[in-house]
Design a protein around this ligand. Structure first.
Ligand code: SF4
Ligand code: SF4
Ligand code: SF4
Length: 326
């Protein structure tokens, strides 16, 4: 950055719940530090902003863009390309942008399946002609209206454009947001493609007592047991994704006595977070990883209310499965 010049910062949204926008507001007093260093030039959720303002900018005019949410329709993709073109540094912000996130679980079905459910099958829907959103509509006065095209698949940001850095979690925490901004201001940037989190697993930063040899014979949901706050959750039969998840969040959920759901994504070694965790669960059930057969998987899955949502809650589009065929 040029000395004394403010960073041009953008916060762009894709398919998002906007919890990632709230993460920015959650930095509370530190927003003043951000505003000392940065001028927010585009953030449609928190200030008036028009796409045409971004389109009018020079290429690379934005110094740092945080893109949150996954890519689910043609508008999300258009904005991903536009922000890439206009931004020097593009960060996939939050689990949805990094891995497809919660919305990525929609890859169990496709556009037709979702439209069938939303515009016909639900009990509260009265739509006998099965009218669904069209991408183009011309009214009686000849005015043309358009809507984004809804895709069959949910994508992570880097499935569509090049991404410089990844900041996972659902949503990212203040400390990491400030780390990113400071790094861009100082110019002291990590290698391109870096995930702004630890290379270790969450268990490495968790101070609960772990047993030497894990063995369980039943899986519990958190409301079914009184959770011992000192002991490892997995040792208590609770599915805690810590062993298959990157450290870096400070074990926030564990400290609140809630098992980790894996929102920081897999470590580099784990690659497929859900598959990795399934192997581990099989092992603690006494099944040898190499001998893992369908019967064992069925036996384990019978005890889990929502296996896909448990193992791939944030990462289905980036997993080896990528989507589930109907
Ligand atoms: S990462 Fe979490 S908070 Fe951010 S958009 Fe996705 S679901 Fe919402
Ligand atoms: S499995 Fe969960 S509770 Fe157990 S050590 Fe790892 S992070 Fe901590
Ligand atoms: S403990 Fe797990 S689910 Fe909770 S914030 Fe950390 S990585 Fe995400």
């Amino acid at each position: 950055m040029v000395q004394g010049k403010k960073l041009k910062l953008a916060i762009c949204r894709g398919a998002t719940c906007s919890g990632c926008d709230i993460a920015f507001l959650d930095i509370h007093g530190q927003i003043l530090q951000v505003l000392e260093k940065a001028e927010i030039v585009f953030a449609p959720t928190i200030m008036d902003a028009k796409y045409k303002d971004v389109e009018a900018m020079e290429d690379n005019e934005i110094d740092l863009c945080f893109y949150h949410g996954s890519v689910r329709d043609s508008e999300n993709e258009h904005m991903a390309h536009l922000m890439r073109q206009k931004s020097r540094i593009l960060i996939a912000f939050g689990a949805c942008a990094c891995f497809g996130g919660i919305f990525g679980l929609a890859n169990v079905t496709n556009r037709d399946g979702i439209f069938e459910e939303v515009y016909r099958s639900t009990a509260s829907t009265d739509n006998p002609e099965f009218i669904t959103p069209e991408t183009r509509y011309v009214d009686k006065g000849g005015h043309e209206l358009s809507l984004p095209r809804f895709y069959d698949d949910v994508f992570a940001l880097d499935d569509k454009v090049d991404v410089d850095y990844y900041l996972p979690l659902c949503p990212p925490i203040t400390e990491q947001i400030m780390t990113c901004i400071d790094a861009v201001v100082s110019g002291d940037l990590p290698p391109r493609g870096t995930v702004i989190a630890s290379e270790k697993t969450l268990c490495s930063e968790c101070d609960r007592t772990k047993s030497e040899e894990r063995r369980i014979d039943r899986i519990y949901r958190p409301h079914e047991v009184e959770i011992d706050q000192e002991k490892c959750m997995l040792d208590q039969g609770l599915l805690c994704m810590g062993p298959a998840t990157r450290a870096g969040c400070g074990t926030i959920c564990i400290k609140a006595n809630v098992p980790c759901r894996g929102c920081n994504g897999p470590t580099k070694e784990a690659f497929d977070q859900g598959g990795n965790f399934l192997n581990l669960v099989a092992t603690i059930f006494g099944v040898n990883e190499e001998d893992l057969i369908e019967d064992d998987i069925t036996r384990i899955f019978k005890q889990i209310k929502d296996p896909l949502g448990t193992f791939y809650r944030f990462t289905l589009p980036k997993s080896m499965l990528r989507r589930v065929k109907k």
